[in-house]
Design a protein around this ligand. Structure first.
Ligand SMILES: [Mg+2]
Length: 453
């Protein structure tokens, strides 16, 4: 600011306008968009501050530059910040405004589910920086908005009692939510005989490590009736007018998925989520074709190709990327645009802090076939206080307003963030400055070709 004031003052002097006072100079210099010289912007640092109990564990990234502006990103909930830190040496010295170029350089270090957390978190921070450098919101750089506010559904603490759960979901509706989601899993019946058949020694929670089809767990007719009745009671509380999605069924076989799905048709469920792993499109398609309820998957898929593969096969009705796994803001917009051609809407899975939330909001605003965005934090009283610069509460009557401030549109509330840290607040990470491997994606044909830097 001092340099700009000096420059403007000297210009005024040269023009004989010495009557310009400090206030006038401030007004003039404040109108100059000189957050930075974008073409000379360079990344100088990457640091982490990990928030806990939000309700997840969310590593916030801060990418610093040679011009004093910084970008915020976030590694996916529950993932290690190491996924991002190992990329620090690959982005130091790069111009953060070259978002796609840097994304393509680091894309090889992402993978399914949490493995993509570093790549996606950095991508968010690059967009934040590019927006701040050029003084525009991220949605504008993606092509503009289709909507001014983003429809949300809220994760709701489950209960084994359908009346308690139904009442909680009814309260969500009263809070303004226009889309509901409930968990409906075989854990409901863990202590009830005659509901589930399973090989002796196989636990209901076996599926955590074993894909659904390999557990040998199936539902009995009584089990299916119990789960269907549970939804019936919930519908009595929330009515039939509001979409009601179901998730977390447990790791049951394909035939049980189909029999359960058919039993749920009468309750007009909005989608059945992740009935079997997304890596089995033929099985998903089998369920989809047998059950007249939209089938949904996608929260662990990395990059567009996995989504397009499912869309081409019409294996599901709704795709559900988690932007912190799917490849970040631009890749997720590309996913939405690609699956739109197959008539498939894009719901968005999300369970992070307001930083990643805003990355989702900009992407959702700029993607035509967006359906609804998840939120896990509406019962965390301090969640909105983690950031400044946007309307509070962030999730307001079931919607989030799309911010117009540059970049993601938020800055951190340092005092609030420091109350919820696991570890330091953006401590130095110099030990990652020189991390290196031979980063090549194909074998070189000429001996002596230097590795990419
Ligand atoms: Mg899910």
């Amino acid at each position: 600011m001092i340099d700009r004031r000096r420059f403007v003052a000297s210009l005024a002097g040269a023009l004989g306008l010495a009557f310009w006072d400090d206030q006038t100079l401030d007004a003039i210099t404040g109108n100059v968009n000189s957050n930075s010289k974008p073409s000379e912007l360079k990344i100088t640092d990457l640091r982490v501050a990990t928030i806990t109990h939000a309700p997840m564990r969310d590593p916030i990234l801060r990418i610093d530059t040679n011009q004093g502006i910084y970008g915020l990103g976030e590694v996916r909930d529950g993932a290690s910040p190491t996924y991002a830190l190992m990329l620090k040496s690959r982005i130091l010295g790069e111009n953060p405004c070259n978002v796609d170029k840097i994304f393509r350089k680091i894309r090889q270090f992402g993978g399914e589910s949490r493995q993509a957390g570093g790549v996606c978190g950095i991508e968010m921070a690059l967009w934040d920086l590019a927006g701040k450098a050029y003084n525009v919101p991220v949605y504008q750089m993606l092509g503009g908005k289709f909507r001014d506010k983003i429809r949300c559904y809220a994760d709701t603490t489950e209960s084994d009692d359908p009346h308690i759960y139904g009442d909680r979901l009814k309260k969500r509706k009263e809070q303004g939510f226009t889309w509901l989601k409930m968990d409906l899993g075989i854990d409901l019946m863990k202590d009830k005989p005659g509901m589930i058949t399973r090989p002796e020694g196989v636990l209901i929670t076996q599926g955590a490590d074993t894909p659904h089809m390999f557990t040998g767990i199936e539902l009995t007719p009584k089990g299916i009736e119990t789960m269907a009745n549970f939804v019936s009671v919930v519908r009595d509380y929330v009515g039939y007018d509001v979409p009601l999605s179901c998730d977390h069924f447990g790791h049951i076989g394909v035939n049980s998925c189909i029999r359960l799905g058919k039993a749920l048709e009468q309750y007009n469920v909005a989608w059945l989520e992740d009935m079997v792993p997304w890596q089995y499109p033929a099985l998903l398609k089998e369920i989809k074709q047998a059950v007249n309820i939209p089938l949904c998957t996608g929260e662990d898929i990395y990059l567009k190709e996995g989504f397009v593969n499912l869309a081409e096969q019409h294996a599901v009705d709704i795709l559900h990327p988690d932007l912190a796994t799917s490849g970040g803001i631009l890749e997720t917009k590309k996913i939405g645009d690609a699956i739109e051609q197959y008539g498939i809407p894009m719901a968005m899975h999300f369970a992070g802090s307001p930083v990643s939330c805003m990355a989702n909001v900009h992407c959702a605003a700029a993607t035509n076939n967006f359906l609804v965005l998840e939120n896990h934090s509406v019962d965390v009283p301090w969640w909105s206080d983690l950031v400044e610069g946007v309307e509070k509460p962030i999730v307001n009557h079931g919607f989030i307003a799309v911010p117009d401030a540059p970049g993601l549109g938020v800055t951190l509330n340092e005092a609030e963030v420091k109350k919820h840290l696991d570890g330091g607040y953006f401590d130095p990470t110099d030990e990652w400055n020189k991390e290196r491997s031979h980063d090549r994606l194909w074998s070189m044909t000429v001996r002596g070709t230097p590795p990419r830097t």
